[in-house]
Design a protein around this ligand. Structure first.
Ligand SMILES: Nc1ncnc2c1ncn2[C@@H]1O[C@H](COP(=O)(O)OP(=O)(O)O)[C@@H](O)[C@H]1O
Ligand SMILES: [Mg+2]
Length: 473
């Protein structure tokens, strides 16, 4: 049955409130911006049903996942597929949902990713907000004929059954049309003793998630004319929600499915390096490498020319007037290392800039934003990740190394070591090396060769600047 309205799940109210606060939006301003009535906004916030399109647009504006935020009774919904994204012209919308047409560049990367998928599954990792999800959504919106990408954000998923249910719901649309969705429904019918017609698994299915996963895949491979590609975004996040044992079982099951059904492709994406999750699993006794058959791909910022194109689109879309569009756009792009998320932020802040927009103005806004204790540019995860994912022994090394590099030019290991060994908690040379490698895996640092030999430096000057400012150095 198609649904024409959705309700907010009350568990999401804090997220909605947080988003309104950080974006400094009132119910009135958001209503005006979306050209909807204030009573729709108030119904939305009070978890009353609102029109499907309104619900989705509100969630987009608030930068929350509408699919997760709607009430869990997700009945099958034909309206969703025909729903059109809200904007045709470019608006600065930092972190918000943007339509595939507004995702600039990435064409080479996308082609490379499709070619890779013709060979094997891959892991797409990269710093937070570098543009991974946008790339994957652009791929999903416009696949080549031989590919059937099925995208799902796994962030809020709390149990393997919920994960399998999501996969199954995603495939059901395609299978239903072909009249092929049989095995899963038959299996659940046997479990419950009555014919299963719903779109949510009954509780009794909990302990059978592995069987249901296999049957879902077996149903899917009956679609033989296209390569099925499961794109699972925020995979490490989901695994982090599971117990170690469950996470291992999920990773093992997925690998065994890739081996049994070589026509299925999987994409794992996410910002918490899978290496942290797997390292925890290994210290809990897990000895497999469950992703060694998947190709690692490292998400990068935009190419400079694409970053400039995006900046020009946004400046024009927002009606920001500057003396020399090309030059200003280049300065903006360079000031934020061509990372699209910060380009959106900068343009958004430039909208209301009272003076002439020149290089100094741009750098001022960058510095102000990095200094801002409200974490406007959401950079605090660079600091928090050290607390959350580095061991007590590794922490002082990580902080010390980043502190040193934030105020020095690219530095060779020997020089770093001189600093480290003079501090009381960083006196083991091998630990220093291990932590340096970890900091590279976590996108803080790069290692390059220059005239002084092999040197370490921050990967992004923006992060270096953030680190220096936030640490008071
Ligand atoms: N290619 C792009 N063109 C325009 N905007 C982009 C592009 N890539 C990312 N963005 C902007 O940056 C934000 C963060 O990107 P996202 O893809 O969610 O990053 P990630 O998944 O790596 O954390 C998006 O909400 C969007 O506003
Ligand atoms: Mg993402």
């Amino acid at each position: 049955m198609a649904r024409s309205s959705l309700q907010l799940n009350s568990e999401w109210i804090p997220k909605v409130e947080e988003s309104l606060a950080t974006q400094q939006l009132s119910q009135r301003t958001i209503a005006e911006r979306l050209e909807i009535s204030r009573s729709s906004v108030s119904k939305f916030i009070n978890c009353k049903p609102v029109a499907l399109n309104t619900f989705i647009r509100l969630c987009q504006e608030l930068n929350i996942d509408w699919n997760g935020a709607s009430q869990p009774e997700r009945e099958w919904n034909d309206n969703i597929e025909s729903f059109k994204f809200k904007q045709d012209e470019f608006k600065a919308n930092p972190g918000g949902q943007i339509s595939p047409a507004e995702i600039v560049g990435r064409d080479d990367l996308i082609e490379e990713l499709w070619n890779r998928l013709r060979q094997q599954s891959f892991i797409f990792s990269g710093e937070r907000r570098i543009g991974k999800s946008s790339t994957l959504k652009k791929m999903t919106a416009n696949p080549p004929e031989d590919m059937l990408p099925i995208y799902r954000d796994l962030e809020g998923i709390r149990s393997p059954l919920e994960f399998v249910e999501g996969i199954w719901q995603d495939t059901e649309t395609y299978l239903r049309e072909e009249g092929k969705a049989r095995r899963v429904r038959e299996f659940i019918s046997e479990l419950t003793g009555s014919y299963f017609t719903a779109y949510q698994f009954p509780e009794i299915a909990e302990e059978h998630w592995k069987t249901l996963l296999t049957k879902t895949i077996e149903d899917v491979i009956t679609l033989q004319n296209q390569q099925i590609v499961f794109i699972w975004d925020e995979m490490p996040h989901m695994l982090g929600n599971f117990s170690d044992e469950t996470a291992m079982e999920v990773l093992d099951s997925l690998r065994s499915l890739r081996q049994t059904y070589p026509d299925i492709r999987m994409v794992f994406s996410g910002s918490i390096g899978l290496h942290h999750i797997i390292k925890n699993l290994q210290s809990a006794g897990y000895s497999n490498d469950p992703t060694n058959d998947m190709y690692p791909i490292d998400g990068q910022p935009l190419h400079l020319e694409d970053a400039v194109e995006l900046t020009i689109n946004l400046l024009e879309g927002e009606g920001v007037s500057v003396a020399n569009l090309q030059e200003t756009a280049e300065e903006i792009a360079l000031a934020v290392d061509s990372i699209p998320f910060y380009i959106h932020h900068l343009v958004n802040q430039l909208k209301d800039y009272p003076e002439e927009i020149n290089r100094d103005a741009i750098l001022n806004i960058v510095n102000e934003s990095l200094r801002n204790p409200l974490n406007l540019w959401k950079m605090d995860h660079y600091r928090e990740r050290i607390d959350n994912y580095y061991s007590d022994v590794q922490k002082p090394y990580a902080l010390e190394i980043l502190d040193i590099l934030s105020i020095n030019p690219p530095t060779p290991f020997q020089r770093l070591w001189q600093y480290l060994k003079s501090e009381p908690h960083t006196t083991d040379k091998e630990t220093a090396r291990t932590v340096l490698r970890l900091l590279m895996k976590d996108y803080y640092l790069i290692q390059e060769d220059n005239l002084s030999g092999s040197v370490y430096s921050f990967r992004y000057q923006l992060v270096q600047k953030y680190w220096r400012i936030s640490r008071g150095l």
